[in-house]
Design a protein around this ligand. Structure first.
Ligand code: PLP
Length: 401
């Protein structure tokens, strides 16, 4: 019997499709600005020294590979929460944060939507920024949460449409779930200012919405883990019972290790226990218990003052290289008399820059210059380095002219 013959071809992943096209191109000078992973000055994947040291320590300890509890390794989740919320965070000190290890940031989002779909008594509607990381949509829709959008990007200014954002969040049905990128918004690289976050906190509170923070880039945005945690910590200080999805993929370069956490700020230690008992019911049928190695690496680094300092310096180094590339690209575009205003390249933050290139220009760049990026004109700044930035700026300038 042919059970599966009627299944149609699924759509290609828009980001992985860029990598495929890049791989097929045989030109020597080709440039891939599609991937969301850090690259060093030589365009190579980068393994952090602090991670290598932590792995040496773990290897020497000859730890076993027994199953972790459903909610993961306790030392890891405690240290990870301290990093996100701050050691002095009131709910953390009062034992009011329910936290579970997750399969990196994506898995945290999936626990969040699974938990909300099972237990949230308010409207099962999630508001996502327009545009947002593509995976936010299916992660919500697959568990029956309805997706709505709030305005975020202003095409005219290549900046934040703050008025539109506020209006849409204000007009959302009371109790809606509002997804916020904690820092380094993907794909635009545009974040609200600290004053704007304060206004957003007021609106979310007044409308009794649930704030769901996706924090995939702590430290990676500005090079400073405290500054990048501003929005999360401010909302918590203001009494929001936020949900947080935390990833260690980018800031520790642990992409494939899948280390992350899901957490909720709640009212009491007793409520925390009840919630965790239900979070376990979300996780158990999904993957039973999380992988151990990445969590051990993170816990080893965050738990050792020496490795922690080294890691901070390494995150700063990655962020600084990206910020330098922004400056260089901006200067080159101006030098090449590229029509238009390019200040946004410098003011945007994090791994990505939303260049403002049109789909036609993106197509031209791939065809004529062997330069690859997603159709929306997003480039991964990490893909640029001293060897290819001049070539890229010239190609981009030509495409715009
Ligand atoms: N959220 C955002 C905004 C991201 O950009 C990413 C990765 O690109 C993730 C979440 C999840 O990443 P991971 O599952 O690798 O931690």
């Amino acid at each position: 019997t042919d059970f599966w013959g009627g299944i149609p071809q699924g759509p290609p992943d828009p980001i992985l499709g860029v990598t495929d096209a890049f791989k097929k191109d045989t030109a020597k000078n080709k440039v891939n600005l599609g991937v969301g992973a850090y690259r060093d000055e030589e365009g190579k994947p980068y393994i952090l020294e602090s991670v290598l040291k932590a792995e040496d320590i773990l290897h020497q300890k000859k730890l076993d590979k027994e199953y972790l509890p459903i909610t993961g390794a306790g030392d890891f989740t405690t240290l990870a929460s301290e990093l996100a919320y701050g050691k002095n965070s009131k709910p953390l000190q009062e034992g009011r944060i329910a936290v579970s290890q997750s399969i990196s940031g994506t898995g945290a989002l999936r626990i969040a939507t699974g938990f909300l779909s099972m237990f949230y008594s308010g409207p099962k509607v999630i508001y996502l920024p327009d545009p947002t990381w593509g995976n936010h949509v299916p992660v919500a829709e697959q568990v029956g949460i309805k997706v709505q959008r709030y305005r975020y990007f202003d095409k005219k200014t290549i900046g934040l449409d703050f008025a539109g954002m506020k209006e849409d969040i204000e007009n959302a049905e009371s109790g809606s779930i509002i997804l916020l990128h904690a820092c380094a918004q993907n794909p635009t690289g545009i974040d609200p200012t600290q004053d704007q976050w304060k206004e957003l906190s007021e609106i979310v509170k007044a409308r009794k919405h649930v704030a769901l923070f996706d924090m995939a880039y702590q430290g990676f945005a500005s090079g400073d883990i405290i500054r990048d945690a501003f929005a999360v910590r401010y909302f918590v200080e203001q009494g929001h019972q936020i949900i947080l999805c935390q990833s260690f993929a980018k800031n520790l370069g642990l992409y494939a290790e899948r280390a992350g956490t899901f957490s909720i700020v709640v009212s009491s230690p007793d409520e925390k226990e009840r919630i965790l008992s239900q979070v376990k019911r979300v996780i158990r049928p999904l993957y039973s218990s999380p992988p151990i190695h990445g969590a051990q690496i993170v816990a080893t680094i965050l738990g050792s003052p020496e490795l922690y300092e080294q890691w901070l310096a390494e995150v700063k180094k990655m962020a600084t290289r990206i910020i330098d590339m922004r400056e260089r690209l901006y200067d080159l575009l101006v030098e090449l008399k590229t029509p238009g205003e390019w200040g946004h390249i410098k003011s945007q933050i994090g791994m990505f820059s939303f260049t403002g290139l049109t789909p036609e220009q993106v197509g031209d760049l791939a065809e004529h210059a062997h330069v690859y990026m997603t159709k929306d004109g997003r480039i991964s700044m990490a893909g640029l380095n001293e060897h290819n930035i001049q070539y890229f700026a010239e190609s981009m300038s030509k495409a715009v002219k």
